[in-house]
Design a binder for this molecule. Structure first.
Ligand code: PMP
Length: 404
């Protein structure tokens, strides 16, 4: 059992007021709040440890490098990667996907195919469209079923020997659907395709294990995982990363530079050009330690209970429809009430101190599928409580009365 009081105490922002009310923060899908340990790690880095990494012989440079590399090992253990150099530090999930998609521009040719799905975040759509435009490859899309799960039969039909890469979200940020990625990876491997899993919505909610999963690439952002913004990771299998062309050129990613020929550094530095977000990487470790300290399975269990309770309670509101009713679902509830605009619902509950997200959630194809302009979205995290859900439901009911 998690001690919610103790957990909440670690998040200073949770005790602030918003519009005169206690904050109820239900926008964790967009970004989570940060515990004291993460804030302290970032601040301590600048106060006591700041220097550039990998470059100097002096004390502080060595210290900063050690701290930076400690996070790589922490993440390696967190996702059970085989090697620490399979972890590349990036700006976040979007950056990670772009590194791979950019590399594939020169690995693909006309006739090759990439498969994504209808429930992807724009950051797992647009980089592949750009990749296809430049390589001549074709983008194929697994359709969504009405309950917000992927049409796996159609996925089977789309797969062929032309499929070179399958890129799929582990969990949908809009529908909460937990995709059957083990099955997807198995089927993709059967035709020789590589697989990228966008784990932006998964890494802080469920356990992930690279060695049992067999994905070629996996990525997530620290800021959705109680860590700082502007930092994330791209995991890639050693041999796959070695085959992937370098992304940005510059300092740190080279072995030798001359005007005749430049050679590139090995992993992970080949993909880490320039001075990275060192403070962010250092604080990323504190975020991972926060999660492992609580236990990812305890977090998952708590969030599952919250999801069950919140789903039952919102469904008592007449005229409310939930988008995404998969059996295997993360703690995300997207909804609309009759013809009310989700934006108006969001504005009214905000006046009562409640943060929910409204709009298309960077998933316009899902909105097109359901023929709606947007939804209101509740997305929960480990520090949320049933009491907060009660407060939110009351506020939604009030909003409904005011808008009807
Ligand atoms: N994929 C999914 C499923 C997401 O939810 C998000 C963030 N909303 C992203 C990718 C992009 O993450 P970031 O903005 O941190 O790069």
């Amino acid at each position: 059992m998690l001690d919610l009081k103790q957990i909440r105490k670690q998040f200073p922002i949770l005790s602030r007021k918003v519009n005169g009310h206690d904050l109820v923060y239900f926008d964790n899908g967009a970004t989570t709040q940060k515990p004291d340990s993460v804030i302290a790690a970032e601040s301590n880095y600048y106060q006591n440890e700041n220097s550039n990494v990998h470059r100097g012989v002096h004390f502080l440079s060595g210290l900063a490098t050690d701290k930076f590399e400690e996070t790589r090992i922490t993440i390696q253990n967190f996702i059970n990667a085989k090697h620490s150099h399979e972890i590349i530090f990036t700006k976040g999930t979007t950056d990670s996907i772009n590194i791979v998609a950019s590399g594939y521009r020169s690995l693909l040719n006309k006739g090759d195919e990439i498969i994504i799905s209808e429930l992807e975040h724009h950051s797992n759509i647009v980089p592949w469209q750009m990749c296809c435009e430049q390589s001549g490859a074709t983008l194929k899309v697994i359709p969504l079923l009405d309950n917000g799960t992927l049409d796996m039969a159609e996925f089977g039909n789309l797969l062929s020997k032309n499929t070179k890469l399958v890129s799929i979200a582990h969990i949908s940020n809009t529908l909460g659907t937990i995709n059957p990625i083990e099955k997807i990876i198995e089927k993709a491997k059967a035709v020789g395709a590589k697989v990228l899993i966008d784990g932006a919505q998964a890494a802080s909610h469920i356990s992930i294990n690279m060695q049992s999963l067999d994905a070629d690439f996996y990525c997530f952002s620290a800021h959705k995982l109680y860590g700082p913004t502007g930092v994330g990771i791209l995991y890639g299998k050693e041999d796959v990363l070695n085959e992937l062309p370098a992304y940005q050129g510059g300092g740190e990613m080279i072995k030798e530079v001359s005007f005749k020929k430049t050679t590139y550094a090995g992993l992970p530095h080949k993909f880490e050009a320039g001075t990275p977000n060192i403070a962010g990487v250092v604080a990323f470790k504190a975020a991972i330690n926060f999660i492992t300290g609580l236990g990812i399975n305890n977090i998952a269990k708590h969030e599952e209970e919250l999801l069950k309770y919140a789903t039952e309670e919102v469904l008592k509101i007449e005229g409310l429809r939930i988008y995404g009713t998969a059996k295997n679902k993360s703690a995300i509830i997207s909804f609309n009430i009759n013809e009310l605009h989700p934006y108006d619902i969001g504005m009214i509950v905000d006046k009562m101190g409640i943060a929910v997200r409204t709009g298309h959630h960077c998933t316009q194809p899902i909105m097109d599928k359901f023929n709606i302009p947007g939804t209101a979205r509740i997305s929960l995290a480990v520090y949320n409580t049933k009491d907060e859900i009660d407060i939110c439901i009351k506020a939604i009911k009030k909003a409904k009365i005011m808008l009807s």
